[in-house]
Design a protein around this ligand. Structure first.
Ligand code: ZN
Length: 379
């Protein structure tokens, strides 16, 4: 009996250590920057310790021949109200969620789940900055509001004290909204506290204003009209910013909330795709986000649809993948994730087909590891 127990114990310890240390061999690798054909990746204790064509080690070998390996993905615009959203994301290979307006005490609890394979990591804005009665105040929880530029100091201080990761501002003129003077003051204050600032806009004029006032990025793309060439050129010459267009969301809300016809929705989609392509051509990084649970979008697999739409807009697939992996890590200072490189956290996805050849292959995720530990993909 004792021997049997011992054997069982050895067996389980064997499984555990096998998971801790393994090599994925002869795989096509997207590193977060570029593609390397037929290489191998050695993972030990949750870290990528080596990337090379041949690796000699005692570790378990996973045959990656004909398969594709890439970094775990990030959804850069979500609202998550409970931990099940983080589980849904993790099981789809979306290992990081960036919240853009939520209840700070809940967020604190959800952030503490970051080291579990049952959940995606959660990065938060805390409460978004908005005006009294403004967009963001209608969800049934109390939200701090700002009425003058001087309010920016306390607003940012409170968010920093609540341990937020970034600052989110709402400029949405369908309701009372913040003036650009107030927005400018928040951005300045947040930058002094080393926080990135992203802004919700829906109009091109607001997009121009907030980027000109040094916002780091937009969490939606404008939907009203084309940005004039000279304004886009002026912005891209003088400012360093990114856009999370939330194309899927923008398309779905046309029908669901604005009751637009299929034909009208298709027109909006074409317009938005053109604007995204213009941004890409102007070298603006396009990051992936879907704004769940708005428009009934889920926190997991629906991100694939956004990648497909951005690809359809004319953004090359390599660039689409960067927008879901390395760009979010760089732009939001997420640390050693978003790349498959030596010294980085082993957040990796193994796919049976190559999404650079066809972006729809992003749906072929076979295996997911978060910090070197396997997560069962949802079937
Ligand atoms: Zn949102």
């Amino acid at each position: 009996m004792k021997t049997l127990l011992h054997l069982i114990l050895v067996f389980f310890v064997g499984i555990l250590s096998a998971q801790e240390s393994f090599v994925i061999k002869d795989v096509t690798l997207f590193t977060g920057e570029k593609v390397i054909k037929k290489t191998s990746v050695y993972i030990k204790d949750g870290i990528i310790v080596k990337v090379a064509p041949t690796i000699s080690t005692e570790a378990t070998v996973i045959n990656g021949n004909g398969k594709f390996l890439m970094p775990g993905m990030t959804n850069c615009h979500v609202h998550a109200w409970a931990p099940n959203a983080l589980t849904e994301a993790a099981q789809a290979g979306v290992l990081n969620l960036l919240d853009m307006h939520g209840v700070e005490p809940y967020q604190k609890m959800m952030k503490s789940l970051k080291d579990s394979t049952d959940y995606a990591r959660f990065y938060v804005a805390g409460y978004a900055a908005t005006a009294p009665e403004g967009h963001g105040t209608q969800y049934g929880f109390p939200v701090p509001t700002l009425t003058k530029p001087e309010d920016a100091v306390k607003f940012v201080e409170d968010r920093v004290n609540a341990n937020v990761d970034h600052i989110k501002i709402i400029v949405e003129p369908w309701k009372p909204t913040l003036s650009h003077e107030i927005v400018k003051a928040i951005i300045k204050e947040a930058h002094q506290k080393n926080k990135k600032v992203v802004v919700h806009i829906s109009k091109v004029e607001d997009a121009y204003q907030v980027l000109n006032n040094n916002a780091d990025g937009l969490v939606h793309i404008w939907t009203d009209k084309r940005m004039k060439d000279d304004l886009l050129t002026e912005l891209t010459n003088n400012k360093d910013f990114f856009v999370i267009p939330t194309l899927l969301t923008n398309i779905l809300v046309q029908k669901l909330y604005f009751k637009k016809s299929d034909e009208e929705t298709a027109k909006v989609e074409q317009f938005l795709k053109k604007e995204i392509k213009r941004l890409y051509d102007a070298k603006v990084p396009i990051l992936t986000g879907t704004d769940p649970p708005n428009a009934n979008i889920n926190h997991g697999t629906d991100l694939y649809k956004e990648l497909i739409l951005i690809s359809e807009a004319g953004v090359p697939n390599l660039e689409v993948l960067k927008g879901a992996t390395s760009y979010p890590a760089d732009r939001f200072n997420l640390g050693k994730i978003g790349y498959v490189k030596e010294g980085y956290i082993a957040d990796i996805l193994l796919l049976s087909k190559n999404p650079i050849e066809d972006i729809k292959n992003i749906e072929t995720i076979e295996s997911i590891w978060k910090a070197g530990k396997e997560i069962q993909p949802k079937k």
